[in-house]
Design a binder for this molecule. Structure first.
Ligand code: G4P
Length: 527
């Protein structure tokens, strides 16, 4: 098959929501439709078995949050769908931001009782900044929830997208009767049942004006029918370009746990979501259909199997075809890696992968040769941009009870830093490592993992600094001059990029004024 054909049939998307909106449940049902799993509950079971094998996931379990994000692949209607899960808790949003750079579309799950929640808002900002197309699924219609128009207004107001309902709920809670498909102009009848299989037939009603339908679905009493008529007359037309640029979002109503409304979402993903997009490198724009392979490491997960100290680099293929065993160049280091054990992410097992195409996510086990933001090519000098690192907002240092364990501490922190679980800064002067995070819970995870994976009992203590800015200059000599003059405030991150540390924001303003040739950055985008 040609690369063009393979690229065209790929859809790579992330599923995003505030915790508890139903992301895990919906993921499970999507996989069920695609035939990737046969028993509902497997995704949760998988979550549970991961807990059992990996100790640090204890934190996740205790707090009922999902810390790590994962990747699943499935085939549906001749399309290969790559689904990337994201951690829901805001303290791990750095990881989520990076996952969002690896997708071409997003599926937003909203709890119909709660509407747009804080974490959804944050994630959506990232999607909006990148013009990522969004499909909206309003979940839990089998509960007493908010009025549909009220929810749409809220999405439009808070997320700045025009909503285009593709389906409309008829009733809610105990009186949830189904959803009217505004394009097909018929109603799908809701039937509760958590374990309903994917391909089961759904009852369809075409004539909602018949007295029998009016009576059966309580249409005289609830105003759904008037709303539907109103929508058919007044709702704006769906415009695919507006959707592709993130300005319009198709909206579906359903109930994930009852497997209702899920198939429409999957079909819409296949029909409307874009195939893999071109990606920007510093040097040029890279088309997915180019013959030569290129890819970007957007996530590193260490110690997935505590029995061996491996790490998996998650790579989004940006162009061409991957073939097992091929030699790939890590552009940052100039080193070659041989890819004989690359894995794909089929829903439950990690399988050895023979071939993959632009849009797919592959996992490359390694011992530290690959870092976040790395570009891999067949030899070309390309460096993809757009993988964000945010300046930490909280700093800590670590103290260890047993000084003989300092080697393990250093190893642990270096690896966790390379993985992006936390940012680790090495001071220009002195040896006390500085840890930076965007969310406080990240420190907890680090302390837990240091203890369980590296055998180091560490105490995380407050640090003197509160802010960091990456520094660059057009003239490297100027940068060196700045570093020498401020040496006690300089630290280097995981890839050796220099940062300027400050206790107060005013110190940064002063430095900016005094050193006009130095650029101070809140975000770093590539290695
Ligand atoms: P998350 O990944 O977004 O955090 O959410 P998750 O799927 O775990 O769902 C959160 C809770 O909402 C779960 O209940 C789940 O069963 C429930 N839920 C999901 N979809 C629906 C729906 O369509 N209708 C209703 N009524 N509930 C739904 P839980 O009690 O927290 O967990 P569990 O005991 O069911 O596992």
């Amino acid at each position: 098959m040609s690369i063009e054909h393979e690229v065209k049939r790929r859809r790579t998307f992330a599923i995003i929501s505030h915790p508890d909106a139903g992301k895990t449940t919906l993921t499970e049902k999507l996989l069920l439709y695609a035939g990737a799993i046969h028993i509902a509950g497997s995704v949760k079971a998988r979550k549970a078995s991961r807990h059992a094998t990996s100790d640090w996931m204890e934190i996740e379990k205790q707090r009922g949050i999902s810390v790590a994000s994962s990747v699943m692949q499935m085939e549906y209607r001749d399309c290969v769908i790559n689904l990337l899960d994201t951690p829901g808790h805001q303290d791990f949003s750095e990881d989520t931001y990076r996952v969002l750079t690896a997708v071409d579309a997003a599926l937003m799950v909203i709890d119909a009782a709660n509407g747009v929640e804080a974490q959804t808002m944050r994630l959506l900002q990232v999607c909006r900044a990148r013009n990522t197309p969004i499909i909206t699924f309003i979940n839990k219609m089998d509960r007493e929830v908010r009025e549909p128009f009220d929810l749409l207004n809220e999405i439009e107001r808070t997320l700045g997208m025009e909503t285009i309902p593709f389906t409309w709920p008829i009733g809610m809670g105990k009186l949830f009767h189904g959803a009217y498909d505004l394009r097909e102009q018929h109603m799908r009848v809701f039937r509760p049942g958590e374990d309903r299989a994917g391909q089961e037939k759904i009852e369809i009603v075409t004539d909602l004006e018949s007295p029998a339908a009016q009576e059966r679905f309580n249409l005289g009493l609830n105003h759904a029918w008037q709303e539907i008529q109103l929508l058919q007359e007044a709702s704006p037309e769906f415009n695919r370009d507006e959707f592709l640029s993130g300005k319009q979002t198709p909206v579906f109503f359903g109930s994930a746990i009852n497997n209702f409304g899920v198939q429409e979402v999957l079909d819409t993903l296949v029909d409307l979501a874009p195939a893999p997009n071109p990606r920007l490198a510093i040097q040029r724009k890279v088309l997915p259909t180019e013959q030569k392979f290129s890819g970007l490491v957007f996530k590193i997960q260490a110690n997935m199997n505590p029995a061996h100290r491996d790490r998996i680099a998650f790579v989004r293929i940006c162009s061409g075809e991957f073939k097992r065993g091929m030699n790939l160049k890590v552009v940052r280091s100039g080193k070659d890696i041989r890819t004989s054990t690359v894995v794909s992410f089929l829903s439950q097992r990690r399988e050895l992968l023979e071939t993959a195409f632009a849009g797919d996510i592959i996992g490359i086990p390694n011992h530290g040769t690959l870092q976040l933001g790395d570009t891999l090519t067949e030899g070309d000098n390309l460096q993809f941009t757009g993988l964000p690192f945010f300046a930490p907002e909280i700093f800590r240092t670590v103290e260890i009870a047993d000084p003989l364990r300092s080697k393990q501490l250093n190893l642990g922190l270096t690896q966790l830093g390379e993985e992006g679980a936390i940012q680790v800064f090495r001071p220009h002067i002195g040896s006390m490592l500085l840890l930076g995070a965007v969310g406080a819970l990240q420190f907890e995870v680090v302390a837990h993992r240091l203890e369980h994976e590296y055998g180091v009992a560490a105490r995380i203590i407050p640090a003197k600094y509160q802010l960091a800015r990456w520094i660059t200059a057009d003239d490297p000599r100027e940068l060196q001059r700045f570093i020498t003059a401020n040496d006690y405030r300089i630290a280097y991150d995981a890839v050796g990029a220099p940062t300027f540390l400050a206790t107060f924001a005013a110190e940064i303003s002063v430095a900016e004024e005094n050193w006009p040739t130095i650029h101070f950055h809140k975000m770093r985008e590539h290695a």
